[in-house]
Each structure stands twice: as structure tokens, then as C-alpha cells.
Design a protein around this ligand. Structure first.
Ligand SMILES: NC(=O)c1ccc[n+]([C@@H]2O[C@H](COP(=O)([O-])OP(=O)(O)OC[C@H]3O[C@@H](n4cnc5c(N)ncnc54)[C@H](OP(=O)(O)O)[C@@H]3O)[C@@H](O)[C@H]2O)c1
Length: 283
């Protein structure tokens, strides 16, 4: 598995499995076990996905085949816990549910709430070895510039939506120039805009005997982005892994970047209200 080196020298696989919206525990456990068997080592979950326990069951069931040190497990702090004490509790809960002694990466899931207080707690947990790397998600470059300036430890990762329709060229440039690893969530645009039958991706893929999904992942890999596609199907899990045996030409890279669609999406008060309705525990 190809890897990247984070700004604290921790090595992270460049491709992993995301488990958002895999709600059924048996399906989650089966998917993670299958992924580990196929060679996935990075698993991306979150308190808000309500599936850390099932992910933990899969890690435990695979422990004889995949030693802990080969795994790279990410979880995320939900907004309900976005305070200093909440972050301490969030990490404790995630570790207990996952059945782990330490997390490889822990992210502030959304820039909502007392992210500075939460970060102080994460810095402390990082320093005592409970988390190998700490980072953020859904932070804009402007937010990150301030966040980095006013904190002691710089985030190692920013997980943001990046895909062929939303290349995020300027944010990715900003992250790479500042030693923060970009990680793509929704690398298939969550299946929107007919990505899997897109004409440009299909045509480019035909030259390499690759599917549009593989081209979409490869384009992110070549940009130095970490990618965490989600699938619950074994054949697709395998397909999404087979992206290290071909290389897109510079002209392909440019042609794909031109698939960008206008986003015009500024987070509204209603979006934030919707996020605030999601709870990870009762209280
Ligand atoms: N930080 C954040 O705020 C945030 C937000 C969203 C997601 N994430 C993370 O990013 C991960 C990935 O994003 P996502 O799950 O939203 O969407 P995604 O990976 O862009 O797309 C997933 C969709 O693509 C389908 N699919 C996967 N591989 C395929 C293939 N080879 N051919 C055809 N269809 C395929 C899946 O269906 P099947 O499962 O049926 O195969 C599913 O419907 C999440 O699981 C989560 O870990 C983070």
C-alpha cells in the first residue's frame, strides 16, 4: 500500500475504507473484515457514524491476521462533544467502542463549537500517546490559517470533500504548502452526477483498462491526496484498491480537473442547525 508521511513523521496509508452510512452492525463488521482481508489498512469511522463498535468487532476478529501496528484507524469528534472535557470523553468513548488502546488519527469532525478547547484536549492526548496524529475536517483554508496560528500543534490532516467535480485546487494547494495532509471524503461525490458512467472518466479509463471509479481514485492519489472510498461490496472494494498499477498522463490529469462543477455552496444557518440535531449520545 502506498503511504504518505504526515507532518509529525507518522506514516499513513494513502488509500483506505470509509464507513459512513453503513448503519447495520453486521454489515459494518463484514465490510471491514472483508476490506482487511483484501489489504485495506486504513479505516475511517466517526462517533457520528454510530458504527465504531461494529468496526471494533471487525478489528478484533481480524487481529490474528492483521496486527495492530499495521492498522491505521481514524475516528472523529462530533459537535456534541466540542469542548475540552467533551473531547476527552469523545476519545475515551471511541477507544472503548473500537476496543483500542490508541487511535492513529483523530479529527475534529466539523468546525462547530469550541474547537479551540477541544483541540487543547487532543494536544494533551496526542502527547501522552493516546492518538498518533490529530487533525481536522471540513475546515476552510481561512479557518485553518487562524487555527494553526493560535494553537501549539498544527493539524496533521484536513479531511474535506474532494472529487472530480469538486477538485478543491486552491484548498489542496494551501494544505500542501503548509504541511497539512489533504484527505478526500466523498471521493466519488457520494455517487452523484453519474460519476460511475462519466464519459471523460470512461474514455480515459479505457486506455488503461480501468473503470471510472479507479480513474477517479487514481487522479486523487497522483495529486498526493489520501482517499477513503466507501463500498460494502467485495468486488468494488477490490476494484477501488487496484489503482497502483497505472499512471494517468499529465493531459489526463488536466482533462479530469476540467470536470469541475460550480459548487456555490456556502454553509447556511439551516445546514448548521441540521448538523446540531445529530447526537452521538443521550445528554
Ligand atoms: N469528514 C466528513 O465530514 C465526511 C463526510 C462524508 C464522508 N466522510 C468519509 O468519507 C468516506 C467516503 O465518502 P462517502 O461514503 O460519503 O462517499 P463516496 O465514497 O464518494 O461514495 C460512496 C458510494 O459509491 C459507491 N461505490 C463505491 N465504490 C464503487 C465502485 N467501484 N463502483 C460503483 N459504485 C461504487 C458506494 O456504493 P456501495 O457501498 O453500494 O458499493 C456508495 O454508494 C465516508 O465513508 C466517510 O468515512 C467524511
Amino acid at each position: 500500500m502506498q503511504t504518505v508521511k504526515l507532518n509529525n513523521e507518522v506514516i499513513m496509508p494513502q488509500l483506505g475504507l470509509g464507513v459512513f452510512q453503513v448503519w447495520d452492525p453486521a454489515e459494518t463488521q463484514q465490510t471491514v473484515e472483508t476490506a482487511l482481508e483484501l489489504g485495506y489498512r486504513l479505516i475511517d469511522t466517526a462517533a457520528a457514524y454510530h458504527n465504531e463498535t461494529a468496526v471494533g468487532a471487525a478489528l478484533a476478529a481480524s487481529a490474528s491476521k492483521v496486527p495492530r501496528e499495521e492498522l491505521f484507524v481514524t475516528s472523529k469528534l462530533w459537535v456534541q462533544d466540542m469542548t475540552y472535557a467533551g473531547a476527552q470523553r469523545g476519545v475515551r468513548d471511541s477507544l472503548a467502542k473500537l476496543g483500542l488502546d490508541y487511535l492513529d488519527l483523530y479529527l475534529i469532525h466539523q468546525p462547530i463549537g469550541d474547537v479551540y478547547g477541544a483541540w487543547r484536549a487532543l494536544e494533551e492526548l496526542y502527547e501522552v500517546g493516546k492518538i498518533r496524529a490529530i487533525g481536522v475536517s471540513n475546515f476552510s483554508p481561512a479557518l485553518l490559517a487562524a487555527f494553526t496560528h493560535f494553537n501549539r500543534i498544527k493539524p496533521a490532516v484536513n479531511q474535506i470533500p474532494i472529487n472530480v467535480f469538486q477538485p478543491q485546487t486552491a484548498p489542496v494547494d494551501y494544505l500542501q504548502a503548509n504541511g497539512i495532509q489533504p484527505e478526500a471524503w466523498g471521493p466519488f461525490a457520494e455517487g452523484r452526477h453519474d460519476l460511475f458512467t462519466n464519459e471523460v472518466l470512461t474514455k480515459i479509463g479505457q486506455r488503461y483498462h480501468k473503470t471510472p471509479a479507479q480513474v477517479a481514485i487514481r487522479w486523487l492519489i497522483q495529486r498526493g491526496v489520501v482517499v477513503i472510498p466507501k463500498s460494502t461490496h467485495e468486488q468494488r472494494l477490490q476494484e477501488n484498491l487496484e489503482v497502483f498499477d497505472f499512471e494517468l498522463l499529465p493531459a489526463d490529469m488536466v482533462a479530469i480537473t476540467e470536470l469541475e462543477m460550480p459548487q456555490n455552496h456556502v454553509r447556511t444557518a439551516a445546514d448548521v442547525e441540521r448538523i446540531l440535531q445529530i447526537t452521538v449520545h443521550e445528554d
